[in-house]
Design a protein around this ligand. Structure first.
Ligand SMILES: Nc1ncnc2c1ncn2[C@@H]1O[C@H](COP(=O)(O)OP(=O)(O)OP(=O)(O)O)[C@@H](O)[C@H]1O
Length: 256
């Protein structure tokens, strides 16, 4: 039984109205985005079709701007496709930057209940999370200060703790390990391993091919908003490595 079915899905982001001349407009026209008049769009994903089976661990690789985060947002239900369809089964938890209902004016402690409710947590799950999250994050007295006063690493600790406090049918993970310090990264890895043993399906994007090969049962290489290759983790990662070492250095993906 598939957990996720993506059928011919495309995503385009509106950028702004190109009828006003600006530096941004001329920069975008130089990289081929938008026309001379009217709104401009960046096409982030083009006609993606992917079926992800129940229990599968799909790793996403691809250069900066390839479309990995957009694909994760699509699967996590944070954005809708501009065309095509995305169907998911069960409780999907996106561990992705913002977008899980955190309120910056509220404290860390006050930010436990609402995001978990939005993720579909039961009352009992919220109560248990209120007990264990302050400890796990190691935020100390910061847990009672407004979220907006947190450093990026502190925010990452809270978001990660929230998203891994209730079981998921589908876990959607963006590159998150980099934000914590060594102590937190080690604790987070242990928690993630334990969490993964309870969740069925995983979609993970990372630039760490070592992590991708270790965790995934299948890898998809995203390039220019399309699936360039999908299959065995070692084979796809090798093809991607080979391509990147032959490519011109320092380039990001060209927008369509
Ligand atoms: N909010 C947005 N508004 C406009 N364009 C966007 C937005 N988010 C992403 N894009 C564009 O969509 C394309 C895909 O971006 P995306 O963030 O999905 O790539 P990525 O593979 O996750 O890159 P990275 O590895 O750098 O995180 C890029 O051309 C990017 O500029």
């Amino acid at each position: 039984m598939p957990s996720i079915i993506i059928d011919n899905a495309s995503v385009r982001y509106p950028v702004f109205d190109t009828s006003s001349r600006s530096l941004k407009v001329s920069l975008l026209s130089r990289i081929g985005v938008g026309g001379k008049q009217g709104p401009a769009y960046v096409r982030a994903l083009s006609d993606i079709s992917l079926t992800i089976g129940d229990g599968e661990r799909l790793g996403l690789v691809g250069r900066n701007g390839a479309g990995k985060s957009t694909l994760l947002r699509l699967i996590g239900g944070l954005i809708a496709p501009s065309s095509g369809q995305v169907k998911t089964k069960g409780r999907v938890i996106p561990v992705i930057e913002r977008g899980i209902g955190i309120h910056p004016e509220l404290t860390g402690r006050q930010n436990i209940e609402l995001p978990l409710r939005l993720l579909g947590a039961t009352k009992a799950e919220v109560l248990a999370a209120r007990d264990e999250i302050p400890d796990f994050t190691g935020l100390g007295e910061f847990i009672d200060l407004p979220y907006k006063t947190y450093s990026e690493g502190m925010k990452a600790r809270l978001v990660f703790a929230l998203c891994t406090s209730i079981p998921a049918d589908v876990l959607v993970l963006d590159e998150w390990l980099g934000a914590g310090d060594i102590d937190f990264t080690e604790r987070a890895q242990r928690r993630l391993t334990e969490f993964l043993s309870r969740s069925r399906t995983l979609v993970l994007a990372s630039h760490s091919l070592e992590l991708i090969e270790r965790v995934s049962t299948r890898v998809a290489w995203i390039d220019g908003g399309r699936v360039r290759m999908t299959g065995d983790p070692a084979e796809v990662c090798d093809a991607y490595r080979h391509h990147m070492s032959a490519a011109a250095p320092g380039q990001v993906a060209a927008a369509e």
